[in-house]
Every structure is written in C-alpha cells, then in structure tokens.
Write a protein that binds this ligand. Structure first.
Ligand code: F6R
Length: 594
C-alpha cells in the first residue's frame, strides 16, 4: 500500500535519496508517486503510474526541483482514481505546505465541506488534501509551523502516517496513528519512512514511532513528542539484516529469489530455539494456552489454518478466523489465546480483529516477520518468524516460516516430539531438494493455456491447496481455486473438464492419502489432467499425468514441501504469461486499510 519517505540533511542528494527510497517501497504496491522539496518554495512533482513516469518527469524538470528537505510518496488509491492530481504530495492554496499521507481520514468529507465553505480550493478527490488546507488555516491564524501541524492533526479521525514540509522551513514534521512510521538515524542525516527498506542503505539505526506521537526532523537531528507535546525518550534500535537482502541477487524476480531463500529462512526460524541435546523448544514467549483462536488474512490465514490443525492434533483446541470477519460474529473468548498471524505486522483487518479480542479481555500473541511492526507493539507477546525481508507482493518464504514458527510454538507447549523436531531440522535440506529437482517449469509450460486450475488436498494439505490456488491466481491472473479434496464432489466437480488441470496434494499412505486418491480418480474419470504433488510413499503417481515429487517427510512438514512445488508452478506460469510477477495488479504488500 502507500509508502512514505522523508529526509533532512542529504544536501544536494535529497532528491535522489527520496527517489531511491520510493523505489525501495515499490514492493508495497502503488499506482502513482510523487516528491516535494522545500527550498524557499515547495516544488512538487507527481505522476500517475510507475515510478519511471515520475523519474522521467523529474529528469525533464530537474533544474526546478532542488532542496535540502523533502518528502516522497507512493500512493495506492482509496479516495479517487490514480491520476496525477490525486497523487501525493498535496498542497494548500498558497503552495506553502506539502503533505503526504498513508491511511484513511474518516472525517475528511466534513473537514472538506468546512474548508470549502471557508474559501479553500481543492485540486484532488483525496481525503489527504484536507490536511495541508487545515495547516494553512492554522498558519494564517498566526500559529508557528509546528503548532499549525499539531493542531491540524488533532482535527483528524481515522488512520494516518503523515509527513509535511513547508516552503520557508528546513524541517520535516510527522505524526502517526494506526499506520507505521519509522525514523532512520544517520551520521549527518535523518530519514523518515513507512518501512525500513526505504532508507536501509543509509543507516541501520531506527526509531519506531508509536500511535499519537509526533516527530520533527531538522539539520540538528530529531525529536519525538506525545499528543500533549511532552518529549518522549525513544530507544534507537539496530536492524540486523543486510541491505543486499533487499536486492534481486541475479534472480529475474524477487518472488523467485524469495522462493529460493526458503532453506535459509527456515534455518533462521529454528536456529537457537531448539536444544541440541534434549530437543526441547524455547521460544521466549510467555504463553500456555488451553485454547487458541487465530486471526489472519490471505496467505497468513492459510498458515493459520495449518497452525490450527497442528494445535488440534496436539490436543489444544484451535480455530482460524479471517481477520476481516472476526469482529462480525466474534466467538466466545473464554481463556483462549488469540494469535495474530501477519508477516507485515500491519494488516488492518488482522490488527482490528486483535484489538477486538483485547477489548474482550483476551491475551494476544503476534506471529510476524517485522520487528517493531504495529502488531508486535500491540500484542502481549511476539513470536518472530525470522524470514528476512520479503519484497515480492506474493508471500512465499514468509508462509513457510509462519508454519514452521507455529510448529515450534506447538512443540514448545509440550514435551517435544522427536520426529517433529527431526523433521524441522531436515526441512531446509528437503526444501533445497525440491528447488534443485522441481519439474514445475515444464508442468506450467504444458498447462499454461488451460481454462482454470484446481488444487485439492486433505488435512494439512487443505490450507496448502488454498494457498497454491491463491498464489496461482494472484500472479498469473488465471482462474484458480483450492478445495478440500472431499468437497470436490459436492459442487466444484461440475467445473472439471479436460481443460482444467487438477493439482492433487497427496503424501504418505494413510487414510487421508487413500481418500484423496479416490478424489483423484473422480477427476481422472472426467478427463481432467492430474498433477500429483507427492512423495514416494503414496501411489497416487499411477493416476497422474505429471508428478511433482517431494522428499518423504513428517506429516506435519510434508505440506510445506508440497507448497514449494506450487509456488514454483505459479511463478513459472506467470512468467510464461509475461505477468508483472513482483507487483501484481491491484494488490499491495502491506494492506493497511480495512
Ligand atoms: C498473498 C499475500 C496476501 C497476504 C495478506 C496478509 O500472496 O501476500 O494474501 O498474505 O494480505 O498479509 P500479512 O501477512 O502481512 O498480514
């Protein structure tokens, strides 16, 4: 979703720093971009579409765009279509104030009517534009810039991360409420962004802002105050990941790179958490639940469904809920632990479900990838999945790491099972085997012209069937659906033809495998091509047109391996169709609106 960058102290490199920051925020998803630089006046350049459009415009106007203090923005449309006018930054009537904003201002219509009645003229359809006009009003009333900024922010209802520059001021003002903002503290410069990658190349020192806090960045440094104006002592954290980790390292796409990073991500997730000698798991989280409710969205929801099965199987009642539905008909909470699974830690639907749970007295645990994210600050405790930065919009390594983290969580609550710990230790090598031997590219090539794609599985293969279909549809733009294998005959079978490949996830030789093979025979009888994702134990290969093989593994980890095959199928199908794999249309990496 929208991204913010700001900086003070980069001298002549301010503009390049802003554009570089925007390029690092592209992965969040956006449909327009812009910058504002203050230097006696405020110069704003903004364009709909790719960042390249902004770069071209800046090259054309470069002489007119200079300044030592600046802000930039990538916009993901909510109020008004992606046009040059609706792109951020937005200015007031005088052109003295420029503002960028992430989030939604819920009372914007009321403010806009009030400002319009007072004679202000608006140039865009956005909710954001009320902010510079509110600041203008305060300045006209005699307020100094900082007071004007604070007073304007106090009028807002909703969620926001806001940054502002003024023509005749060499500071950046910022505020946050329900939308992330982080400061980057360099030797001679200070940065501000919605996400660390925007300035990670320049510094590893960060300060996370909390809801209700204001920040001022100037040539001397930075300061943070609370909503009453009182100074706040902030800790400076150090981010541990390397800026190189956010490059493509020779892969055509971030998604492919991140799929290949899974062995390392899974090692990192387990590292130092399992005793070499006893196999005991210590996650340094203070939970001992009698029941668990998971809340999550999209891919993270699929990891949560998987996690709920792991808990159930361990004898701890557990259920997964979609974050967006949780508050609509909240289940009784009792003593249940509510676990928010979210790689970004900023998904509005998941955060609001967790807030609802907290409001009703639940203890909450965050399972996330991002240190300092909103979810980690709001929940009682956090379990980090340690996957490293994920840039591709389609979640890949974070899914596998979420499942492994949840497996560790289950094992930490009981005497750990030797076979599961052994499977977790073997998993990185088994994922590597899948990556080295996969025939997913050939399968994708053979079926790329199909009418639709179906994915079926039972037990822990069920959430992976859902995940396989989600990955496939979001990056290939082809119709794909995942089903519990047993549900096929209750309706979806009507869609199955000789032009709808069915990916069947079957491992082992138990009851579940036997039943899924029965479902495979049903689709085979309707002439649908069958791609079996399977280990050597199962004999589903006999009924399949193609086999995507995975190493034999514990039933709790086998579905992670099957999922890696499906990630590769989705990737290669999308690549053959020439889709923009890392930035699928209409989607965003971090979905900060409900
Ligand atoms: C799909 C995908 C999304 C996210 C969902 C939740 O590939 O990435 O479905 O899983 O938007 O995001 P997080 O995990 O950040 O809460």
């Amino acid at each position: 979703m929208c991204g913010i960058i700001g900086c003070v102290g980069r001298g002549d490199e301010t503009l390049d720093t802003l554009v570089h920051g925007l390029s690092k925020l592209e992965y969040r998803g956006y449909d327009s971009a812009g910058v504002a630089l203050a230097n006696g006046s405020v110069e704003v350049v903004k364009r709909a579409g790719e960042l390249e459009n902004l770069r071209r415009a800046l090259n054309g106007e470069r002489d007119g765009v200079s300044g030592r203090v600046g802000i930039g923005h990538t916009r993901w449309s909510t109020h008004g279509p992606p046009t040059d006018e609706n792109a951020h930054p937005h200015r007031d009537c005088t052109g003295r104030v420029a503002v960028v904003h992430n989030g939604i201002i819920e009372n914007y219509q009321e403010l806009r009517d009030e400002l319009t009645d007072a004679g202000h003229e608006f140039e865009s359809e956005t909710d954001t534009e009320v902010v510079p006009h509110l600041i203008e009003t305060e300045l006209a009333g005699g307020a100094d810039p900082e007071t004007a900024f604070r007073s304007a922010i106090e009028r807002l209802e909703g969620s926001y991360a806001i940054a502002c520059v003024l023509a005749d001021d060499d500071r950046v003002f910022a505020a946050r409420e329900d939308s992330p903002l982080v400061l980057g503290i360099g030797d001679d410069a200070v940065y501000l962004a919605s996400d660390v990658p925007a300035f990670r190349e320049f510094t590893d020192k960060v300060v996370y802002l909390e809801d209700g806090e204001f920040a001022v960045l100037d040539g001397e440094g930075w300061s943070v105050t609370d909503s009453t104006g009182a100074p706040v002592e902030k800790a400076i954290d150090t981010v541990t990941w390397d800026p190189e980790e956010t490059g493509k390292s020779g892969y055509d796409h971030y998604m492919l790179k991140e799929i290949h990073e899974q062995p390392r991500a899974l090692r990192q997730c387990v590292s130092g958490r399992v005793s070499e000698l006893s196999g005991e798991v210590d996650l340094d989280v203070d939970v001992d639940p009698t029941g668990v409710q998971f809340v999550a969205c999209g891919t993270s929801y699929h990891a949560a469904v998987y996690g709920a099965q792991l808990f159930q199987e361990a004898g701890i009642p557990a259920q997964a809920f979609l974050g967006s539905e949780y508050a609509t008909s909240p289940p009784p909470i009792g003593d249940d632990l509510v676990v928010g699974v979210t790689q970004s830690g900023e998904t509005a639907d998941t955060l609001s479900a967790l807030r609802e749970a907290r409001r009703r007295g639940a203890k909450t645990l965050a399972v996330t990838n991002v240190v300092g994210s909103t979810v980690s600050r709001e929940c009682d405790d956090t379990l980090y999945i340690r996957a490293g930065p994920e840039i591709g919009v389609a979640a890949t390594k974070t899914f596998s790491s979420q499942v492994v983290a949840l497996t560790l969580l289950v094992e930490s609550l009981r005497e750990s099972r030797r076979e599961t710990i052994a499977a977790l230790r073997d998993l990185p090598a088994s994922v590597q085997t899948v990556l080295d031997t996969s025939k997913a590219e050939e399968v994708a090539e053979e079926y790329v012209d199909s009418d639709a794609y179906f994915f079926i599985g039972r037990g822990m293969h069920y959430p992976v069937a859902l995940e396989g279909a989600l990955k496939f549809k979001e990056i290939s733009y082809e119709h794909a659906e995942g089903f519990a294998a047993g549900e096929l005959k209750h309706g979806p079978l009507a869609l199955v033809t000789e032009n709808t490949p069915v990916f069947a996830l079957v491992t082992g030789e138990g009851e579940q495998a036997r039943k899924t093979i029965g479902n495979v025979k049903e689709v085979e009888a309707r002439d649908a091509p069958v791609v079996a994702v399977t280990d050597r134990k199962s004999d589903v290969a006999r009924y399949a047109d193609h086999v995507l093989e995975i190493p034999e593994s514990d039933p709790r980890t086998a579905a992670v391996l099957a999922n890696v095959q499906l990630q590769l199928v989705a990737y290669y199908a999308a690549a053959q169709l020439g889709r923009p794999i890392d930035k699928p249309r209409n989607l965003a990496k971090s979905v900060t609106v409900e």
